[in-house]
Write a protein that binds this ligand. Structure first.
Ligand code: ADP
Ligand code: ZN
Ligand code: ZN
Length: 718
C-alpha cells in the first residue's frame, strides 16, 4: 500500500490567526518542527516555519517548494516558546515567529555563522610602551582591549573603541584581527563578596538546574552585578551559557564592559546592530560558541545550545515590554523560559515592580536582599521641598537654588532631574490664551530653544515659532512650565563658571557624546547635571552629593494606574546616583503637594514603604497585580469606526468573572492623525481573561481601515 504523504503544518509570516498545511514532494526528507520551508501562499512564495508533521489530510494541499534548513533553524524549546507566546499574548503565530527570527533568517539566509571579525591584543606586545608613548588615544584603545579580551567588530562602538586607533594599532602589530570563535576565559574577581552577596550567590548556584525565580532586591550600589558575575562564572564552569537582559546597552557601556572583562568575551544583541551582525550573534548563541549574551528585550527570544541561567537586570524597567506587534514582556517571558528549561531566573532591581513583589509575597518567586551599599557607603537622605507660594526660577525654588550653590561651593556635583525635555511644555498667547497644539495629535507642542522650534513629542513633527498669535494677532507669548533646556539656561546663568551637562534624548543621540560627558563628569570637578530619566539608568556618579527632583507631582498625579509606581522607581533610581563616593548625598524633592500619601511613604520608609501604600491602593482599586488586565485597542482615521469595532469586541468578550471598561477614546485620542480607542478587560482569575480573549480571536472582528490589537499585561492604560 502506498504510504500517505506527510502533512506539514506551517506558520507563515502573515498576521493571520491560523496556520497552513502543505505536502512534501515524493521522496523528500520530512522536516522537523523549527525548520524553514519555502511555501506558496496566495500568489507569492514565503518563508515559513514547520510547526508540526501529521499523517494525512482530507484536503487537497499545495506542495512545499523547498526545505531550506538541514537542521531545524529553531531549536525545539524555541518552537514551544513561540506557541506559548501566541497563546498567552493572543497574537498570530506567524507574526510571533517573525518577531523571534532575525531579519536575515526570515529572508531565508543560510544558517551559517559568517565568522564575524573580532579584535584582540597581539601575542607579543612587549613594544607597547615605546610604540604608544606619543599616542594617548591609541593607548586608551589598547588598554580597553586588554581589559575586554577579544571584542567583536559589532561591539566596538558600544565600548567606545574607535576604528582609526585600531587601524593604527594593527599597523604597529599591537592588535590582531581574527575570525575564529570568541575566546571565553573567566578571570577571578577583585572583590570579596559581602555576607549578603555570598548568601544570594550560594542560593542561586545551589538551584542551578532547577526552575526557581529569584528576586534580587538590592539597593543601588549594593553589588548586584557582582552577584550576577559570580553566578554566571559558575554556569560557564559547568559548560552552559548565560543570558543577561538589560534595559539599554548603548547608554551603559560600563556594565557590558564589566562582563566582558570578567569572561574574556561577551556577545551583545541590541537595536544598533546590522542584520548580518544580529544573525551571526544569534547563530553563535544557537551553536554554543557564545557563552554570555547581554541583550535588550528581544534577546530573550534568542536560541541557545545549553542555557544555564537568565538574569534580568533592572527588571522593573518599562523597556522590557514591547509596545507594538507582539506585545510581550521580556521579563515575564524570561521567567517562562526558565520554567521550560528548568533553569533559575534572577530578577534584579533596587525597585522591583509591584507584580514581581506580589509574586514574591505569594511564594512564587524567592526573595534575596542586599540591604547595604558595599564598602559601608551610606544611602542618601530625602527631604521634601514644599514649593507652594515659592517663586520658581528655571523650575527651581529659592531654597533649592541656595542648596545647589552650597554644594557647588563645597566642590561637589549637583544633579537636577526633570522628566521633560525641551524648554517649556506650553506656548501661550498672553492676550487671548491661544496655545500651540499639534495639527495631527491631541497634544500641546513643546517649545524648544536648541534649535528654536515647536515640536510634537508624540509624532515628532516640527513647526517654526509663530511671530504672532494665529488667533488674535498679538505678539506676546508666555512660556508655561519647565523642561530641561530651561533649567539648563537658568543654572548656567546662575553659575557661569561651572560646567553644565544636559543629558536627555535631544543631547544623547550618540552614545559617544554621552560617554564623553560621563568621562568629564567622572573627573570629579564641580559640575551641574540636568537630565531626564536617562540619568537614572545605572550610571555611577560618585561625586554627585545633591540630587534634586524638580517635578515629582507630574508623576504622582498622572491618571495612569502605574504612574505612581514609575515615579517612585525613578526617584529612588535617580537618588541612587548620589553619594556613591566617599561623601554622603542628599535628595531634594520639590512638590506642591507635600501631603501626598505615596510621596510621604516614600520619604519616610523608602521604596518598601511606598510599595506598602501603593499595594493597598491597587488592591482596593482592583488594578494589577490584583487582577489580570488586558487592553484591546483600535485605531483608525475615523473615530466612530474604531469605537464601533470595539463595541462589537465587547459583546464577544463579556462573560462571567470579567469586567469591561469602555470602549472609550484613549487619553490622547488622536495621534499622528489616527483616532485611538480602547477597551479594558479585567478579570479576578487569569483563566477567564484568556478564555475571553480566545473568543475574540475566534470572532476576529473586522472593519475597513481599523487596526486592532490585544495587549495582555499592558504597561499603561494611556
Ligand atoms: P549595583 O549593581 O547593585 O548597583 P554594583 O554591582 O555596580 O552595584 O556595585 C557597585 C560598586 O561596588 C562597583 O564598583 C563594584 O565593583 C563594587 N563592589 C561590588 N561588590 C563589592 C564587594 N563585595 N566589595 C567591594 N566592592 C564591591
Ligand atoms: Zn492670541
Ligand atoms: Zn503630533
Amino acid at each position: 500500500m502506498p504510504s500517505q504523504p506527510a502533512v506539514i503544518e506551517v506558520a507563515v509570516p502573515r498576521p493571520l490567526r491560523r496556520t497552513f498545511d502543505y505536502v512534501l514532494a515524493k521522496g523528500a526528507r520530512v522536516p522537523a518542527p523549527g525548520t524553514r520551508v519555502r511555501v506558496p501562499l496566495g500568489r507569492s512564495g514565503v518563508v515559513g516555519i514547520v510547526l508540526d508533521v501529521r499523517d494525512s489530510s482530507p484536503h487537497q494541499l499545495k506542495m512545499i517548494e523547498q526545505v531550506i534548513d538541514d537542521e531545524p533553524l529553531l531549536p525545539p524549546d524555541l518552537v514551544e516558546l513561540a506557541r506559548w507566546l501566541a497563546g498567552y499574548y493572543h497574537h498570530p503565530i506567524g507574526d510571533v515567529l517573525k518577531t523571534v527570527m532575525p531579519v536575515k533568517a526570515r529572508r531565508g539566509a543560510k544558517a551559517e555563522p559568517v565568522g564575524v571579525v573580532a579584535w584582540q591584543l597581539a601575542a607579543d606586545t612587549s613594544h607597547a610602551d615605546t610604540a604608544l608613548a606619543r599616542a594617548p588615544t591609541q593607548r586608551v584603545t589598547f588598554d580597553r582591549l586588554r581589559q575586554l579580551g577579544s571584542t567583536a567588530d559589532a561591539e566596538l562602538a558600544a565600548f567606545g573603541i574607535k576604528r582609526q586607533s585600531l587601524a593604527a594599532l594593527l599597523a604597529k602589530e599591537l592588535v590582531e584581527r581574527t575570525t575564529v570563535a570568541p575566546r571565553y576565559e573567566t578571570r577571578g574577581s577583585q572583590v570579596e563578596p559581602t555576607r549578603e552577596q555570598a548568601t544570594a550567590i550560594a542560593a542561586i548556584i545551589g538551584s542551578l538546574g532547577s526552575a526557581t525565580t529569584y528576586v534580587l532586591e538590592g539597593v543601588t550600589g549594593s553589588g548586584k552585578t557582582e552577584v550576577y558575575l559570580r553566578v554566571i562564572a559558575e554556569v560557564l564552569r559547568s559548560g552552559k551559557q548565560a543570558l543577561v537582559l538589560v534595559p539599554e546597552i548603548a547608554l551603559t557601556p560600563q556594565t557590558t564592559a564589566r562582563f566582558a572583562e570578567r569572561f574574556g568575551a561577551t556577545a551583545t544583541l541590541h537595536s544598533g546592530m546590522t542584520d548580518p551582525q544580529r544573525f551571526d550573534t544569534w547563530l553563535k548563541c544557537r551553536d554554543g560558541s557564545h557563552k554570555v549574551l547581554i541583550g535588550t528585550r528581544s534577546a530573550v527570544l534568542a536560541p541557545f545550545a545549553d542555557l544555564g541561567v537568565i538574569v534580568v537586570d533592572e527588571e522593573h524597567d518599562g523597556s522590557f515590554k514591547q509596545q507594538e506587534g507582539l506585545r510581550y514582556s521580556a521579563r515575564d517571558v524570561a521567567v517562562k523560559r526558565g520554567q521550560m528549561l528548568s533553569i533559575p531566573v534572577v530578577l534584579g532591581s533596587a525597585t522591583p515592580s509591584m507584580e514581581t513583589l506580589e509574586n514574591a509575597r505569594r511564594d512564587r518567586y524567592r526573595r534575596l536582599r542586599l540591604t547595604r551599599r558595599v564598602a559601608g557607603r551610606s544611602m542618601p537622605g530625602y527631604r521634601i521641598s514644599d514649593i507652594r507660594g515659592e517663586r520658581l526660577d528655571g523650575g527651581i525654588g529659592m531654597h533649592l537654588h541656595r542648596a545647589i550653590g552650597a554644594h557647588l561651593d563645597d566642590g561637589n556635583q549637583v544633579l537636577a532631574f526633570i522628566n521633560r525635555r525641551g524648554y517649556a511644555p506650553v506656548l501661550l498667547c498672553s492676550d487671548c490664551g491661544w496655545q500651540a497644539e499639534c495639527d495631527h495629535c491631541d497634544v500641546k507642542l513643546t517649545y524648544h530653544r536648541q534649535p528654536r522650534q515647536l515640536r510634537c513629542h508624540h509624532c515628532d513633527r516640527r513647526r517654526p515659532i509663530p511671530r504672532e498669535c494665529p488667533s488674535c494677532g498679538a505678539r506676546d507669548f508666555v512660556l508655561v512650565g519647565t523642561g530641561t533646556q530651561r533649567t539648563e539656561e537658568t543654572l548656567r546663568a546662575r553659575h557661569p563658571g561651572v560646567p553644565l551637562y544636559r543629558i536627555d534624548r535631544d543631547t544623547t543621540r550618540s552614545a559617544r557624546r554621552l560617554e564623553a560627558d560621563l568621562a568629564a563628569i567622572a573627573e570629579g570637578k564641580p559640575a551641574i547635571l540636568v537630565g531626564t530619566q536617562m540619568l537614572a539608568k545605572g550610571h555611577h556618579l560618585p561625586n554627585v552629593t545633591l540630587v534634586a527632583v524638580l517635578d515629582a507631582d507630574g508623576g504622582f498625579l498622572s491618571p495612569d494606574f502605574r504612574a505612581p509606581e514609575r515615579t517612585a522607581q525613578l526617584i529612588v533610581q535617580v537618588a541612587g546616583r548620589a553619594g556613591r563616593g566617599e561623601r554622603p548625598g542628599e535628595v531634594w524633592i520639590q512638590t506642591f503637594d507635600p501631603g501626598n500619601a505615596n510621596l510621604r511613604a516614600l520619604i519616610e520608609a523608602g521604596y518598601p514603604g511606598f510599595v506598602g501604600c501603593e499595594r493597598q491602593r491597587r488592591e482596593s482599586a482592583l488594578m494589577p497585580p490584583f487582577v489580570a488586565l488586558a487592553i484591546v485597542r483600535a485605531e483608525c482615521p475615523s473615530e466612530a469606526a474604531a469605537l464601533d469595532l470595539l463595541r462589537r469586541a465587547a459583546e464577544t468578550l463579556s462573560g462571567e468573572g470579567l469586567e469591561l471598561l469602555g470602549p472609550a477614546p484613549a487619553p490622547i485620542a488622536r495621534r499622528a492623525d489616527r483616532y485611538r480607542s480602547q477597551l479594558l478587560l479585567l478579570a479576578r482569575r487569569r483563566r477567564d481573561l484568556h478564555l475571553a480573549l480566545d473568543r475574540l480571536e475566534q470572532a476576529d472582528p473586522r472593519a475597513r481601515g481599523v487596526r486592532w490589537s490585544i495587549d495582555v499585561d499592558p504597561l499603561d492604560t494611556a
